[in-house]
Design a protein around this ligand. Structure first.
Ligand code: ADP
Ligand code: MG
Length: 306
């Protein structure tokens, strides 16, 4: 059996035209393997096709062509098994306002055919910190509580794969922390996790592997570490007294930071930091403080999507 949690081959999606909109190709042929046991980040700018991909996995959007294999089950040949292997926390808050968290989880378990004596409603309520809200109407829950409930709903059928679509968009720091603690715990217990996020810092911290999609195509796929080490740019930040005009080596880009620091971005393979310091000395810059910055995912992202 395949050791991948997900295997996509030539996955395409074109949304049909409507009276108001033209046809739109959201995915133009994605080949992707997501290993079991990983925390896998799916990154890309708005409109890249992330939610479309995830909604196809979840069985909420119908692919146009290509194949989807989930936990060894082809989605077309074994729709029930492939659906049972995956739990999705959607991007939109789509909760029925008249259900309590307890009832909501119970309903969801029913939809997935989990027998009553195998339901983990209380365990899940504890995990998402909603035990004391088990019997309150969803409409009385805060935004953060609703998100946690969505996470809980994704877990009712004990899926092998958990998919989170922008779980922390517009969420405060405390809740973000809690969500990530939950996710780390679930992953440590063996769950494969796939997430999309806008917060690159978060992806950098959380993900073993990252795929970047842009305009419906896969643009990068690697371990987070490799993605970052491939990047050639580095930045030197200098706090200094005002200087004469600085003549920088070719290819160095100078910007000013919010705190007044001068940032010099350069390519490691072409320029050494010493050359930049020489240029500053020539311009009579009095350096008060100096530091270097490693590239982060933001840089990778910009380079790929520019
Ligand atoms: P992301 O989640 O990366 O922001 P989406 O998958 O939501 O991207 O959207 C990808 C593209 O498909 C966008 O251009 C979007 O406008 C379009 N799109 C998404 N959903 C629909 C839909 N239901 N009908 C038509 N076009 C859609
Ligand atoms: Mg989206």
């Amino acid at each position: 059996m395949s050791q991948n949690a997900i295997e996509l081959r030539g996955l395409k999606k074109t949304y049909a035209a409507t009276k108001k909109t033209e046809a739109k190709t959201a995915l133009s042929g994605i080949d992707l393997d997501i290993p079991r046991g990983s925390i896998f980040g799916l990154l890309g700018p708005n409109g890249a096709g992330k939610s479309t991909l995830i909604n196809i996995l979840a069985g909420l959007v119908k692919k146009s062509s290509g194949s989807v294999n989930i936990w060894g089950f082809d989605q077309d040949e074994n729709p029930r098994q492939s659906r049972a292997a995956i739990g999705v926390m959607p991007q939109e808050l789509n909760l029925d306002p008249f259900f309590t968290p307890g009832a909501s989880l119970d309903m969801q378990a029913g939809l997935y055919g989990v027998p009553k004596n195998q339901r983990k409603t209380d365990e899940i309520l504890r995990l998402i910190g909603l035990e004391d809200k088990a019997n309150s109407y969803a409409r009385s829950l805060s935004g953060g509580m609703r998100r946690r409930l969505l996470l809980g709903k994704a877990l009712v059928h004990s899926p092998q794969i958990l998919v989170l679509d922008e779980p922390t968009a517009g969420v405060d720091i405390a809740l973000r922390q809690m969500l990530w603690d939950n996710v780390r715990q679930l992953n440590a217990d063996g769950m494969t996790v796939i997430l999309t996020t806008h917060y690159l810092e978060e992806a950098q911290k959380m993900c073993d592997q990252i795929a970047i999609i842009h305009e419906g195509s896969l643009r990068a796929l690697d371990t987070t570490e490799n993605l970052l080490s491939k990047l050639d740019t580095k930045t030197l930040v200098v706090q200094a007294d005002l200087a004469d005009l600085i003549t920088l080596p070719k290819g160095v880009i100078q910007t000013t930071r919010a705190d007044g620091g001068m940032a010099f971005t350069y390519s490691r393979s072409n320029i050494s930091p010493g050359e930049i310091l020489d240029a500053l000395r020539l311009a009579n810059v009095k350096i008060l403080d100096i530091q270097t910055e490693q590239p982060d995912l933001q840089d990778v992202f910009l380079e790929i999507t520019k």
